[in-house]
Design a protein around this ligand. Sequence first.
Ligand code: ZN
Length: 531
Amino acid sequence: MQVRWNFKLKPNEGHIKQMSQWLITLRKHRNYALRERESGYNTNNNEIETPINYAGGAFSDIESRIEYGSCCPLTCPVIKHGVMPPEMGMAIKTTKEKIDKKTGELKPSKLLWDCASGIQMKRTTQLRRERENFAAINSDVLQRNIAKLDTAFTNFWKHGRGFPKYLKSLKSFEYKPGQVKIIEARPTYGIIYLPGVGEVKFHNSRDLSLIQAIKTVTVKYEGVNWYVSMLVDIPEELPEEKPISECKSVVGIDVGVNKLVAVSDGSFVENTRPATNSRTARRLAIRQRAASRKRNGSKNKGKAYKRLRRMQHKIAQKRDGRNWQAANKIVLTADAVGHEDLNIKNMVKRAKPKHDGQGGYLKNGACQKTGLNKVILDAAWGDLFEKIAWLAAKSGKPVVKVSPKHSSQECPSCGHVDKKNRDGEKFICVECNYTSHADTNASRTIAKRVGLLFPSKTKKPRSVARYEAISADCGKVTPMEISILNGLSLGTIAYEESYVQLTLFNVAEYSLPDSRKSSKYGRKTGESPSL
Ligand SMILES: [Zn+2]
């Protein structure tokens, strides 16, 4: 199995100086290569009257003689032929003779135009002879730099990503497989050999003897620390995923901003808001302001930004740790996990402007929406889902994505879907008076959509006799007989203990049809939008 392992490096001053210098050169190299391809693309797509300034005429396929200069701008192959080499010899490559595996015929070698990355890689080899700062860098790191730009272009053409950007700062470089070696492995630290940099110590947190082969290695500068990220082969294999029909229990999770996760067994994961809690948000704003106010190019500015980076890095680490803990807790709860298939990208779009019809604008709640977006991004749901998927895969449990449609409005008891079912943090079905915490209810609806029963084993406080009688997560959503509470008929309540378990609700209060408006917990007008 291939896994990615990250370690924190302990470089000395010489290493730091060397690697920082590399990053500067590599960034310039990448930006130059991008500019070269872009200008190549632009000249390729000129009008037919404009002459194309290639030394050997317009780039064309040698065999078919099709000129690329006359292509449609959308199909013009930027990746293939967007670079003008100084010598035309560089633009040509010969393929090797090959035996076709299917037919067994010998394919003769061909003369072809080389692709842009091929040309630029050849040019890079020349640059290493001409320039000192290029010569200082390991040749494969330079080649990987071009390959990474290729990936950016492929993402643009094939996967709908943005056009590759010119980088203001580059944060990482890569080694090809089989170059980096681990020289020493101790329980607490190890020594890694990075070609061109030297032998660097790192904090060890894994069993390094498991490594069968080291594949691609990336060295990263994050915050104020250096990290090494290795793709390694280890003998362990992922267990086979259990088919959903064999799972005995399922846990549904509903993610939100007030509570990070509501689990269908009735428990919650609190949202710690690593970056948006008032204390951190204030401090972050102070640091950002201080840094941007320093004079450009001064040492103080550098120091201030370093301080800011350190803080941002710490926040990211806190979020990461919290998500691992939450994911672990969720995966251990049941045999299968169900969560909503959210489109988070659309959820954090900014508020649309409202026109008043006279050339002006009306208030559109943009400020509130921006605040909510920050909190959503800080919650990092996507990251949490990824972590759940990985931990579940490691224990062979299936993860099911269900439709998020009306998950917070659907009554699990009678299936009635109504916006009025929601009242702030509470869920009260207008049809059958079923009551529950809104988030827990949503998570149960999600679990129900997966099509399995709820988990049946959860720790509950022994002191409360009521909990003993009816487990909080028995959750089979079996409607119970009409019960009488304080002389009021409640109709069918699916969840009898709900008024015991969640003290927030006074069920009697909600059995009256119009009492909701006067509720002190209810949603009031003018409150910030909640999910
Ligand atoms: Zn209902």
